[in-house]
Design a protein around this ligand. Structure first.
Ligand code: FAD
Length: 398
């Protein structure tokens, strides 16, 4: 039981809520992080952890770059294996997609992203056993990385606690109430009061926000990943990640020569409390076939493990970050459309600035592209759109 009211209660101990708690505690705010489960029990404990600057606008690039450097610093101090530099390679066998990819290079360079076009020979640097006869185009950005999202979440949490933050996990969380200028949150046996409340509850945010009377257009959806052991030593030799634009399958290097590969995104709504947590056989077959298109040996990889998680879509695929109801101090940090690991640190820092100084013009300006009120209070149902990021061009895929 907390006696004095907190400045902020954060709901949700995924990577976003943990990063936010750390950034709020750094500003000497009195903050508590609450979750009915354990930290990283949601999408953050199931994510692939690819961090890339091949994104949709300069805001997004800046947020992700900041996140990456924060993860690098966090991991270096305590868990160095949770962060590895890994260039991100995209490739296609379709001529018109290759044209769009070339346009993306120009666009990304204009935003300061270090990205180059590649031919088959250069691809063999990373994929020595690759077969690139059908290659129409490929690009790589060399400042990208792969992280272990659950470890980064726990590192944020440990640092936040070291800075004085409270945390309570594992008890049923009632829908918070607001009266006399304070939020009341009942979590298990504990009752917390706070001046501000942040919903950072991932796929559960939709229901929670509706129950709070501030619905947002969010669609939770299921997506899958698997760890594969390629035969022999045909792993991602040079330590790059790969995204096949034709099939939308991605793969990143894992320890011991394994590959973490995924997509399998479903285009309909899923209940985060009732979803199939294992992977489907169709998904595994699709992975094998897609990866085998470029590195034939990968088609016969052994499946070490496979799972599903639930992400949160928004109609325009941009997250929702900022004040939902300034009069009651209600904020939101969600809607990452399957890419919240790469954005959490930078997004949390910007939201912490706003919560610490709600009237600050610069803090508000830093979140304009992702304001939660941009949907005008409408929360109509919509289907999630599958696909790795890299948008903003003229091609329908990106
Ligand atoms: C298979 C897969 C692969 C992915 N790969 C990548 C990738 O390569 N790169 C990338 O950037 N992203 C990736 N993602 C997406 C990424 O996992 C998410 O965008 C990110 O983890 C979202 O973090 P979060 O903190 O918002 O939500 P979550 O991690 O889902 O955390 C939400 C938390 O809220 C808690 N909660 C629920 N209800 C309440 C309540 N009432 N009160 C308090 N707390 C509550 C939950 O228990 C949970 O712990 C992937 C996701 C999946 C599933």
């Amino acid at each position: 039981m907390a006696d004095a009211p907190k400045d902020v209660v954060v709901l949700g101990a995924g990577i976003a809520g943990a990063a936010l708690t750390d950034h709020l505690a750094k500003r000497s705010l009195n903050v508590a992080l609450i979750d009915p489960r354990t930290p990283a029990a949601g999408a953050s404990g199931r994510a692939a952890g690819i961090v890339t600057e091949q994104l949709w606008n300069p805001w997004d690039v800046a947020v992700t770059r900041e996140s990456r450097e924060e993860y690098r610093e966090l991991a270096a101090a305590k868990e160095p294996e949770a962060f590895v530099d890994a260039p991100f390679v995209r490739l296609t066998s379709v001529a018109e997609v290759a044209t769009a990819l070339r346009a993306a290079v120009e666009r990304l360079r204009g935003w300061g992203v270090s990205v180059e076009e590649l031919g088959a020979e250069e691809l063999r640097r990373w994929f020595p056993n690759g077969r690139f006869e059908r290659l129409a185009g490929a690009i790589a950005s060399d400042s990208d990385a792969c992280v272990t999202p659950s470890t980064i979440t726990s590192l944020y949490l440990a640092r936040a606690r070291g800075r004085g933050a409270d945390a309570a996990f594992g008890g049923h969380v009632e829908v918070p109430t607001f009266s006399d200028g304070l939020w009341t949150v009942q979590a298990g046996e504990s009752r917390w009061h706070s001046r501000a409340l942040v919903v950072a509850a991932g796929a559960w945010s939709k229901r929670l926000l509706r129950d709070l009377g501030h619905p947002l257009p969010l669609t939770p959806y299921r997506t899958q990943a698997a760890v594969l052991r390629p035969p022999g030593s045909q792993s991602l030799g040079g330590g790059a990640s790969l995204h096949d634009l034709d099939t939308d399958v991605y793969a990143r290097p894992e320890v011991n020569g394994r590959i973490l590969a995924g997509d399998g995104t479903e285009k309909f709504e899923t209940d985060p409390d009732r979803f199939v947590t294992g992977a489907d056989s169709e998904f595994l077959a699709h992975l094998a076939e897609s990866l085998g298109r470029w590195v034939p040996e990968w088609e016969t990889s052994e499946v070490v493990g496979a799972w599903a998680g639930v992400c949160t879509a928004t109609p325009d695929r941009r997250p929702c970050i900022g004040a939902l109801d300034p009069s009651s101090g209600l904020y939101v940090l969600t809607g990452f459309n399957g890419f919240g690991v790469m954005r959490a640190g930078g997004a949390a820092r910007r939201l912490a600035d706003l919560i610490a100084a709600p009237a600050s013009e610069s803090a508000r300006a830093a979140l304009v592209p992702v304001r939660p009120d941009r949907f005008g209070g409408k929360a109509e149902p919509f289907p999630p759109r599958a696909g790795f990021t890299l948008e903003g061009g003229s091609h329908p895929r990106f």
